[in-house]
Design a protein around this ligand. Structure first.
Ligand code: ADP
Ligand code: GLC
Length: 493
């Protein structure tokens, strides 16, 4: 029997420690499932200011990390160790007051920190130094998005002969191609790998450093969070300027749809709901709707279709198209609840609509987990008009909550939602292709029409969706298979 596969997961966020989006859900849940499959898996995160060492009972490891930051000289980090809740997976937190002793993860008041390139270069190098400190030799290092994308570059260059990580293979998961880690080319002097790697195949792009591009070139394998997005990013429309690079990498690129943490997202057990319910007994869902209407100050109308949306309010999510369609949407007899924050214009725009249409539209501008759960359960439809969506988690939650999603057919939304067919009553939601206010309005109109005029169709949609499962067990098994394929050429598995 082979010894357990040793995996280090390096991420910039993971639940329950730090979260701005779905990456945290993935990095926080995947390790637990990999451990169940027999991997020796460890997670490493920055110790952001808000991660409370005392509350989490983190223990300081002896020794310090000495990280070579090129022209900046050596910089030093401390390491704290904790455990993932509910399992034994070790989590290491890299502490550096200058880089991580701040309120935000990546930004403050909508402005990205100017030194994000240095912060995550430091973190990436610290992850490799950590292996030395722990005397841990991973078979594979799994990195996520631009923040840790430079790790594969380091592994193939200055760490290629390192006794601990020199033999490690690397897997880069792209959760979002839009963020690429652009930096002034002077970062090359900090990376300390030599200017010869500043070329059009590796780290150079438009005379700047692009950390994600370097990672794509150097990673042993690449994956994205749905098969659809893996195909899309090889096209100019979705490639964010890297489609050519990704086509060159097509041989090592694949997609694995994220799973859902059903211990948290399950209407039968969800503690945040006014009532629990199941596919067999949906009575609780009506109470959740009433509770949602009350919470948001909307009239308690049980028989009006209620559309919910929980999202970062940014262009990726098609919020601008929704804004343009809003006047027409509000001409229908429906209610709409929106929870989210992001681009400042949208806060004013949706805030004003709530004031102008108090009977129909309500919003909460901010991040609120409990409200997110209540919307999933209390709404009749869940809207995601994304411009692009690598995977998307909310549509999978909404299926489980009996709240058929209305989605743009892109990336993971297209992969996880099946379009409704009124004649056969098959399908789990409503999809549209063109990202235009007209197409969005028409599709909402179709859903509202179904709600009012086709009760059997609605009931079938709800049942079909609630029967779907996007299990992490399955996603983790696919990751393990990919890990084995990734390490095979390196360590002879
Ligand atoms: P992304 O990572 O691109 O934001 P996902 O659909 O993968 O999109 O994940 C979003 C996650 O963040 C979901 O768990 C969703 O419920 C949550 N979320 C987003 N915005 C909010 C908000 N304003 N309040 C509560 N949860 C939110
Ligand atoms: C990104 C994507 C989202 C995906 C999440 C987790 O934030 O925007 O679609 O679900 O990562 O992989």
């Amino acid at each position: 029997m082979n010894p357990p596969l040793k995996v280090l997961i390096a991420a910039s966020e993971a639940v329950p420690f730090a979260k701005t989006g779905g990456l945290a859900d993935v990095a926080g849940v995947l390790p637990r499932h990999l451990a169940q499959l027999g991997c020796d898996v460890r997670l490493v995160l920055p110790r952001y200011y808000r991660i409370d060492k005392a509350k989490l009972s983190l223990t300081r490891l002896p020794g310090v990390l000495s990280v070579f930051m090129g022209v900046l000289g050596n910089q030093y980090g401390a390491v704290y160790e904790g455990r993932m809740p509910g399992c034994d997976v070790p989590v290491y937190f890299i502490e550096h007051e200058g880089y991580f002793g701040r309120d935000g993860l990546y930004e403050v008041n909508g402005e990205a920190y100017a030194d994000n390139d240095l912060r995550f270069t430091f973190f990436s190098k610290a992850c490799l130094e950590l292996c030395r400190l722990l005397d841990f030799s991973p078979d594979l290092i799994h990195v996520h998005d631009w923040h840790t994308a430079v790790i594969p570059v380091l592994l193939n260059t200055v760490y290629s002969r390192d006794p601990h990580v020199g033999r490690a293979a690397s897997l880069l998961t792209v959760h979002n191609l839009q963020h690429q880690g652009w930096a002034f080319k002077g970062l090359m002097d900090v990376l300390g790998i030599g200017w010869k790697h500043f070329n059009y195949l590796e780290l150079e792009m438009n005379d700047q450093v692009n950390l994600l591009k370097g990672g794509l070139y150097h990673a042993t394998r690449i994956c994205t969070v749905s098969e659809g997005y893996a195909r899309e990013i090889q096209t100019p429309e979705y490639g964010e300027g890297l489609d050519g690079v990704l086509r060159d990498c097509a041989w090592k690129l694949s997609g694995i749809l994220n799973g859902v943490d059903y211990s948290e997202w399950n209407p039968e057990t969800d503690p945040h709901l006014a009532a629990n319910y199941s596919a067999a007994d949906l009575r609780g869902k009506a109470r959740c709707k009433k509770d949602l209407q009350k919470l948001f100050g909307l009239p308690a109308r049980p028989k009006v279709p209620l559309i919910g949306l929980v999202s970062r309010l940014v262009k990726q999510k098609g919020i601008d198209v929704l804004a343009a369609a809003m006047p027409r949407i509000l001409s229908l007899d429906l209610q709409f609840v929106l929870v989210g924050n992001g681009e400042p214009w949208s806060h004013f725009y949706f805030g004003d609509i709530a004031i102008a249409h108090p009977q129909k539209f309500a919003c909460f501008i901010g991040y609120d987990d409990v409200r997110a759960h209540k919307v999933e359960a209390g709404a009749d439809f869940f809207l995601m008009p994304s411009r692009f969506e690598p995977c998307g988690l909310n549509q999978m939650y909404s299926l489980r909550y009996g709240t058929p999603p209305i989605v743009r057919a892109t990336g993971g939304l297209d992969d996880s939602v099946e379009n409704f067919e009124p004649a056969t009553r098959r399908g789990t939601g409503f999809k549209f292709g063109d990202l235009t206010p007209g197409a969005l309005f028409d599709t909402i109109g179709w859903a509202v029409h179904t709600y009012y005029n086709d009760p059997k169709g609605m009931a079938a949609l709800i049942q079909n969706g609630m029967a779907q499962r996007f299990s992490w067990e399955e996603a983790a098994r696919r990751y393990l298979e990919l890990y084995l394929r990734t390490v095979a050429p390196r360590v002879g598995w």
